[in-house]
Design a protein around this ligand. Sequence first.
Ligand code: DGY
Length: 324
Amino acid sequence: MTIPSQRPRLLLTRHLPDAVEERAARDYDARLNTADTPLSGTDIAAAAAGMDGILCCAGDRLDAASIAALPASVRILATFSVGTDHIDLSAAAARGLTVTNTPDVLTDATADIALLLILGAARRAPEGERMIRAGQWTGWTPTQLLGTHLGGRRLGIIGMGRIGQAVARRAAAFGMTVHYSNRQRLPASLEQGAVFHPDAEDLLGVADVLSLHFPATAETRHWLNAARIERLPPGAIVINTARGSVVDDTALIAALRSGRLAAAGLDVFENEPNLNPAYRDLPNTFLLPHLGSATVDTRNAMGFRALDNLDAFFAGRTPSDKIV
Ligand code: DGY
């Protein structure tokens, strides 16, 4: 006699690291996407037929229409990301879905990428690398690719959550003075000497390097616009490891093109992967393909955290990272 499986049925929308898929297959009736075919919201709703939960990812567009199209059997969306801007949370809440994310485990990896972008943009590393690859390096010269010295420069951090604080700690080790703006001032133990600006507009005026660390919402769309760029010191550097939509690309590209800004280091873009092509043509951009959390350890930890949340949910407990 075959005993019917009692394991919850779980859709994984993307190919996840092996260790994560192995655990998912061990504990769930898992429907994998081993070919890693990107799925639209409509595709996800169709693939979720008969599923109890979905382990989804940044880039899956779970808008209100896709959520409405999900089968009634689906009760939880566990996203393999800290960001949740790809999910219409109001629609999920209205539908009675639980939504979880993966905070904490990607803080250090993302902060490391922010520092990589700060260093690379300030020291013109992408230009140097391109020069060598193109066979155009004719030798050392005293004035070649002179960049911005970070020691003594002011780093402005907008959004001093976990990742912002981790960036601040790293930047301090490079001799930068840290200024920050946040909804609430941090306690001194977390502030570690950083200068608090209650008004982000005031912070802009002292940000030789500006690093963005706040979520993408309807309110923060194109937050860094032409007027705010104008408040930055001449020759400032802009870093974005948060979400592309918080930057007005047209304004940033114009400021990079005119020399008003020295450089930008960007790991995220509006409409990924179809970024504004002008970024590619500018010499003073350091562009990465959304690598913030892309280490083996971090991606495993993100997957295990998402599975921890699913395990708790299907065991009748409240998942620790429940946001809806
Ligand atoms: C996140 O977790 O939100 C990242 O952007 C995806 O790695």
